[in-house]
Ligand binder design. Structure first.
Ligand SMILES: [Zn+2]
Length: 53
């Protein structure tokens, strides 16, 4: 998990590259990905929709 980016507090799951505003979700996502080798829809729905800027 990586921390704040610029002036935004964005946390990125290092396993699947989803980005979250809340650290807890990024952490849960990583834990889930490592455990099940797959993303969870229930976690992904909390992700920030990337604008790819
Ligand atoms: Zn993930």
């Amino acid at each position: 998990m990586v921390g704040a980016r610029g002036d935004l507090s964005i946390y990125r799951c290092e396993e699947c590259d989803l980005e979250f505003e809340e650290r807890i979700w990024a952490q849960r996502c990583e834990d889930h990905d490592r455990k099940y080798q797959a993303c969870s829809i229930d976690i992904a729905r909390h992700a920030v929709m990337s604008k790819n800027t």
